[in-house]
Design a protein around this ligand. Structure first.
Ligand code: ADP
Ligand code: MG
Length: 567
């Protein structure tokens, strides 16, 4: 049974497998490699995943969710129909859909997976990703950092060389930068930096804001549906400007007035200026952390759909005075790399001479009180245990002592970050260690952090006087799901009615028709309504052959209505 590789993206997800011919992407029921990370409910209460759900964001916003990866490991939740879903649940539904596609393609059950995560995902977000896998019925063999996966996909093309890569991944919602070194088949991540709240969608938001401004209003003043429609247009306009210099299209506002909107590539660059500035800092930091200078970078690898933007490419080309490589499709690179990792875990013969190491992208530590004057302590200082960019897996210990004699408990708070005070770092949770009462002396403890290959943290605390070691699971993080909660979510989601895979094509087609209807007025609407009628009639006759014929017949008409650009 093969292990699959999964790129669980904010915007799009992909599934892949390592074969004797190397990494291979697996198409979904629509024949696409990219499955939009969107989940919705149909009118019949069935769960829809992918393109159909994405199109229904516009027509059925209350029944659809997207961009939930940003909320992994938090208490964020949304209602879909009558049930409440966390980001882990929605991600599990995406994973489940990919799993079904792979099973259909491979002809056998799929139970084990490698899932990619942004290098910058913290411990809670990583555990949430693992939980999502478990809820989907997958054993997550390990997580792989997305840029590492990208380099792995590229590194294989040239496995005898020696090379320093810079991987720049600008996806829908996250920005990751990594420096990797490959030498004699060993790939080492030297540094990672990034911004968990910066991606192509932010460019889309800027465009949508700008377009609303052109209509003398703001996005907030639109109805939810109209705002979603304008955002959808903004997204298309942005993507089109990667290959064209100007776009113009029609938009029907809340007063049913047809407006013509246009945008030039130059204007897009102008309104993106703030975001472009934010791209520079993590790139500079990664290069600095690796102890390198721009001229030491041999290859710049672009990953993520948003690196298709010419302005992003030229920014990077200017910074490194070299043109980025992109012989692999930037949308596919991570899934290809995840497949390579799956092949490695599976000990595939073709990968015998490849070894991989990775680093932890941020510092992990505890809070500690510092003695500022004799007998006077100040709380809240950060004590690093595992420093940023340490090669993983790693296990490090620090020795601490109690600050009062007779103290019977040590409350250890765990943080991630680079600030000297814990309040400015990310709180991961707390562990409470019982200390034997000792009125004569201070008690000492060894705090051991172990960071595994998936970047998941475990904390062990040993009280020296008793030699008692407690294996402590990080608790008290309100965003993390416990084992029993994961099992409970698995049971709940297992009972959901999933839209039948063989009807996905029809569901997606209906969603496209509905969306086109929403986006037009007058005669166009009448035409589309007619097309909807034809398709519904075919569906009602329940003859697969006839339904396909109807789709083929309608397709070219639908296409003309989907394209709202006027030149
Ligand atoms: P993620 O890894 O977050 O799932 P992707 O790598 O699939 O994201 O990238 C999605 C982002 O790329 C979206 O914001 C999308 O608008 C953007 N994108 C896709 N194609 C283009 C294009 N041709 N030009 C500009 N942006 C694009
Ligand atoms: Mg991605």
């Amino acid at each position: 049974m093969s292990i699959v590789g999964i790129d669980l993206g904010t915007t799009n997800s992909l599934i892949s497998v390592f074969t004797d011919d190397g990494p291979e992407l697996i198409p979904n029921a629509l024949g696409d490699f990219l499955t939009p990370s969107a989940v919705g409910l149909s009118e019949k209460g069935q769960v829809l995943v992918g393109q159909a759900a994405k199109d229904r964001l516009v027509t059925h916003p209350a029944l659809t969710q997207a961009r939930f990866k940003r909320y992994m490991g938090t208490n964020w939740g949304q209602k879909l129909g009558r049930k409440h879903y966390r980001a882990e649940d929605l991600s599990a539904l995406v994973l489940g859909s990919l799993k079904a596609d792979a099973e259909n393609h491979l002809g056998h059950p799929v139970e084990r997976a490698i899932i990619s995560v942004p290098a910058y995902f913290n411990d809670t977000q990583r555990k949430a990703t693992m939980a999502a896998g478990q809820i989907a019925g997958l054993k997550v063999e390990r997580l792989i950092n997305e840029p590492t996966a990208a380099a792995l996909a590229y590194g294989l093309n040239d496995k005898d060389g020696e090379s320093t890569f810079l991987v720049v991944d600008l996806g829908g919602g996250t920005f990751d930068v990594s420096i990797l070194e490959m030498f004699d088949g060993v790939m080492e991540v030297r540094a990672s930096a990034g911004d968990a709240f910066l991606g192509g969608e932010d460019f889309t938001d800027e465009v949508a804001k700008y377009l609303a401004g052109k209509l003398d209003t703001t996005l907030e003043k639109f109805s939810a549906k109209k705002a979603a429609m304008l955002r959808d247009l903004a997204d298309q306009a942005k993507a089109k400007l990667s290959s064209e210099h100007e776009v113009s299209f029609k938009f029907i506002d809340d007063k049913s007035t047809e407006q013509t909107l246009s945008l030039t590539r130059n204007k897009l660059e102008e309104i993106s200026e703030g975001l472009l500035k934010k791209l520079r800092h993590p790139i500079q930091r990664a290069v600095m952390d690796a102890g390198l200078r721009a001229e030491n970078i041999d290859q710049v690898v672009l990953v993520g759909g948003a690196t298709r933007m010419p302005v992003v490419r030229s920014l990077i080309a200017r910074m490194f005075k070299t043109f980025p490589v992109h012989n692999l499709n930037p949308d596919h690179v991570i899934a290809m790399g995840a497949a390579v990792q799956a092949g490695l875990v599976d000990r595939h013969k073709a990968l015998d001479d490849i070894v991989m190491t990775d680093v932890c992208p941020f510092t992990l530590g505890t809070d500690v009180a510092i003695e500022i004057a004799k007998g006077q302590y100040e709380d809240g200082h950060f004590q690093p245990v595992i420093e940023r960019n340490t090669v993983i897996p790693v296990s490090r210990a620090v020795r601490n002592s109690t600050i009062h004699k007779g103290q019977t408990q040590l409350n250890l708070r765990i943080f991630q970050g680079e600030a000297p005070r814990v309040t400015n770092n990310v709180y991961l949770g707390q562990v409470n260690v019982p200390i034997p009462k000792n009125m004569k002396d201070y008690e000492e403890v060894d705090i051991r952090f172990t960071y595994d290959v998936s970047g998941v943290l475990e904390v062990l605390v040993k009280v020296l006087s008793t030699e008692k070691t407690s294996r402590l699971v990080i608790e008290g993080n309100p965003g993390a799901l416990s084992k029993s909660e994961i099992d409970a979510r698995f049971k709940v989601l297992d009972k959901l009615k999933i839209h039948p895979r063989e009807e996905t094509v029809n569901a997606a087609f209906t969603a496209r028709l509905d969306k086109a209807y929403e986006n037009h007025l007058g005669d166009a609407r009448k035409d589309i309504q007619y097309l909807i009628g034809v398709f519904e009639a075919a569906l009602a006759r329940q003859n697969k052959h006839e339904i396909k014929e109807a789709r083929d017949e309608i397709e070219p008409h639908l296409k003309t209505y989907e394209d709202r650009s006027i030149f």
